[in-house]
Write a protein that binds this ligand. Structure first.
Ligand code: NAD
Length: 504
């Protein structure tokens, strides 16, 4: 079976009608072979506006369903995802090119956040606060916001929606999702899976509680500008965030921005080099460098440079690159030609700055329209040129350091600091890296790589947009609004701060 017919069979099994992915204007290609796997119909901006109005109506019913009952819907969603895991994971591999364990791993993250959100639905706590007024009680109540807009990137085509949606639903919101125009098929599959959960839940799940808007950035802009969308959670490039952030601020809407990552690791003199080697290889080459948490910069102490870097280069030279559908390759394709061109441009610039490049060449897999590359390791004389930017491809820039304070400064000297790690057995170095004068990223790890976050912690938060705020921990608060309530149960009239009025 070829990729096109396998995709059609998977979508049918997942519950997506053929008409929803054929005959339209939005052409979707699998990066595995470059073949067309879908032609979807984009929604017009006017239709997108109407969908938001429908979601607002759904929200007004959903907010009255008690939170633990809302959790039951998310529990059912988790069950449906478990049942669909194999097919949805495979579809992720076809649409994005992830190797099988990563495709399935992404669906597992969806299941995990559903489990988390079910428990959360009974824990949307407010505080009871000591009041200065006698005979009064003061407390916080948390209310849902309304329609939550989700805009997602191609490289986590399903998990990002679920991180937002599972929390948003238990909090009492409706969700309108604009997936990446490069990965709308997996979004249609998630929509079908959600609809099955909602049907099992019954009539208390209002129609249009969850909607998918197919289209490009123009459709995303409708979500960003619509007055009935009080929160937009947008995941993608820093370029996108710079556009979306001010537009939301202009109408006082909330933003959760999960943007680029120019992530680094530091290997110190006492590091366990075997451990570091594995973590770096996985963090830098996994998902063909197309993770927001991919390790892109590596600082190695000069006392261990010669013990580590030649071994790392060997790993780069020997890593298997190929089709994630037919081989056991560890590195799949880049998403498209633009990603390949961007990688080649960055490598050329790095070489111009004195970088010594290992790998980075195209790997022929017999399909002109698919772009496979050997991951690149570039030994750089310093942190210059493309090292300062995120190139969304497998390039690891390796630099020597000798002074710990200087390497902390270098580590923090880029934009898009999202995830970070240090490899050391020295307690002082580890603690300083995690301290206020250490890593400035939303994720800071010791003796594990930069990628592979768990949903229990708040994810992401590159330094420019201010710290982790999606999925676990108390991230739910962003999907709700706080009201402070005061109840007067005294019989006396209140006399606040010595102010009195003559009232007959
Ligand atoms: P992208 O910015 O090109 O697109 C992301 C999404 O934003 C798409 O759905 C796109 O249609 C939409 N969009 C783009 N411009 C918009 C605008 N002006 N208004 C509204 N919507 C707009 O990103 P991509 O190439 O799909 O994904 C790769 C990028 O995403 C990388 O930079 C990566 O680091 C980042 N990313 C970040 C995280 C995180 O959690 N921090 C997770 C995954 C990916």
């Amino acid at each position: 079976m070829n990729v096109t017919s396998e995709t059609a069979a998977l979508l049918e099994r997942l519950g997506v009608a053929k008409a929803d992915f054929s005959g339209g204007d939005l052409i979707v290609r699998s990066p595995v072979t470059g073949e067309q796997i879908g032609a979807l119909t984009s929604i017009s901006p006017a239709e997108a506006g109407k969908a938001i109005e429908r979601a607002d109506k759904a929200f007004k019913a959903w907010r009255n369903v008690p939170a633990p009952k809302r959790g039951e819907l998310v529990r059912l969603l988790g069950e449906e995802l478990r049942a669909a895991k194999t097919d949805l994971g495979r579809l992720v591999s076809i649409e994005v090119g992830k190797i099988p364990s990563e495709g399935l791993g992404e669906v597992q993250e969806m299941i995990d956040i559903c489990d988390f959100a079910v428990g959360l639905s009974r824990q949307l706590y407010g505080l009871t606060i000591a009041t200065e007024r006698p005979g009064h009680r003061m407390m916080e109540t948390w209310h849902p916001l309304g329609v939550v807009g989700v805009i997602s990137a191609f490289n986590f085509p399903v998990a990002v929606w679920s991180w937002n949606a599972a929390l948003a639903f238990v909090c009492g919101n409706a969700v309108v999702w604009k997936p990446s125009e490069k990965t709308p098929l997996t979004a249609l599959a998630c929509d079908a899976i959600f609809k099955r959960a909602a049907a099992r839940f019954g009539a208390d799940a209002p129609e249009n509680l969850s909607q998918v808007l197919i289209g490009d950035r123009a459709v995303g802009e409708v979500l960003v500008d619509h007055p009935k969308v009080p929160l937009v959670s947008a995941t993608g490039s820093t370029r996108m965030g710079r556009d979306v952030g001010p537009r939301l601020a202009k109408r006082f809407a909330r933003a959760i921005l999960e943007l680029g990552g120019n992530n680094a690791g530091i290997v110190c003199p006492t590091a366990n080099l075997d451990m570091a080697l594995r973590a770096i290889a996985f963090g830098a080459m996994g998902t063909a460098g197309q993770r927001c948490t991919t390790m892109r910069r590596l600082f190695v102490h000069d006392s261990v440079y010669d013990a580590l870097v030649p071994r790392l280069k060997k790993a780069y030279e020997s890593v298997s690159v190929g089709s994630p559908l037919e081989t056991s390759a560890l590195v799949g394709p880049l998403i498209d030609k633009a990603a390949f061109d961007g990688m080649q441009k960055a490598l050329k610039e790095a070489a111009g700055h004195g970088g010594k490049v290992t790998g980075g060449t195209r790997v022929d897999n017999g399909h002109d329209g698919a772009f496979y590359v050997k991951p690149a390791l570039v030994e750089m004389p310093g942190q210059v040129g493309p090292v300062l930017e995120e190139t969304f491809a497998p390039i690891l820039y390796v630099m020597k350091y000798s002074d710990f304070d200087a390497v902390l400064d270098a580590h923090n000297a880029v934009g898009a600091g999202l995830s970070s790690s240090i490899f050391t057995l020295d307690l002082q170095e580890a603690e300083r890296f995690l301290s206020v004068e250490g890593s400035d990223c939303g994720i800071a790890n010791v003796n594990i790589g930069t990628s592979g976050a768990e949903i229990g912690g708040a994810f992401g938060g590159e330094k420019e947009t201010g710290g982790g705020r999606e999925s676990g921990s108390d991230a739910w608060r962003a999907y709700m609004r706080r009201a402070t309530n005061t109840v007067n149960y005294s019989k006396a009239l209140p006399l606040a701060q010595g102010v009195s009025f003559d009232i007959e």
